[in-house]
Design a binder for this molecule. Structure first.
Ligand code: F6R
Length: 244
């Protein structure tokens, strides 16, 4: 694991942005795995700025998002489809047909997951997978469990994740209890994994991911087995690593 620690969230986000930009410049037809949530927001803002400044062209890029809430329509204000449109795709030039996000309304969600894995395999896998980190160490919505699940699947979200995600939903609005998520296999088969974690709320998860055993109860710990992982942290997220 290549672990990079920055003094602020902004510096961590800029470092992650540069890694993504370098990937797109090196290989304009890159297949990017993308995440939602608070962590990537400053990264997406910087990518938009770089695109608007003429530095980055996404016209040949293909994207696959990690996950989507089961039961939310693509236009629901809290769907990840809408999140991606409003926070990234509205400001860069990935062609519509090159954007992939699991369909939360699929009538057969298991089949939707199978088809998603097959599409990623057909295109040759992900060149770069961007990940955030759950406070419970989930990656995508691979929640702590008795075993790792290789393939993409429908998952029941833990109470912790549901309460962490409540902040994105309106007062009194129910938070979905299930999601479609990329499994561990397509994440582990990505050529490069870039995990970004910021804030003290992630410090315990960061420590277990890096210093604990590989354990499906700490889903991100599987990344210890990946040959090319970059972990970008701010000082708060890194604060519980030994030696700090
Ligand atoms: C989002 C995702 C999740 C988030 C994680 C951290 O697509 O897959 O694993 O990356 O829950 O969320 P934030 O960044 O909001 O703390």
């Amino acid at each position: 694991m290549n672990i990079c620690i920055y003094s602020s969230v902004e510096q961590a986000a800029s470092a992650a942005t540069l890694l993504i930009a370098a990937q797109v410049i090196k290989k304009p037809q890159s297949v990017l795995g993308l995440a939602t949530g608070s962590t990537p927001l400053p990264i997406y803002r910087e990518l938009i700025q770089m695109h608007k400044g003429g530095l980055l062209d996404f016209s040949k890029v293909v994207t696959y998002n990690l996950d989507e809430y089961k039961g939310l329509a693509p236009d629901h204000p809290c769907s990840y489809k809408r999140f991606m449109r409003e926070n990234l795709f509205c400001g860069i030039n990935v062609p519509q047909g090159s954007i992939h996000i699991p369909n939360g309304l699929a009538s057969d969600a298991d089949n939707e997951c199978l088809a998603y894995d097959a599409a990623i395999a057909r295109i040759g896998g992900l060149d770069l997978q961007l990940l955030g980190l759950g406070a419970n160490a989930h990656i995508g919505f691979n929640e702590p469990a008795a075993q790792f699940t290789a393939h993409s699947h429908v998952v029941q979200l833990t109470d912790r994740t549901i309460s962490d995600n409540r902040r994105f939903f309106g007062e009194g609005e129910p938070v979905p209890t299930h999601a479609l998520t990329l499994g561990i296999q397509p994440i582990m088969q990505a050529k490069h994994v870039l995990l970004v974690a910021t804030g003290s709320g992630k410090a315990d998860a960061v420590r277990s991911m890096i210093e604990g055993d590989v354990d499906p109860m700490v889903p991100a710990s599987i990344l210890q087995m990946h040959p090319c992982v970059t972990i970008v942290l701010d000082a708060d997220a890194a604060s519980k690593l030994s030696g700090r």
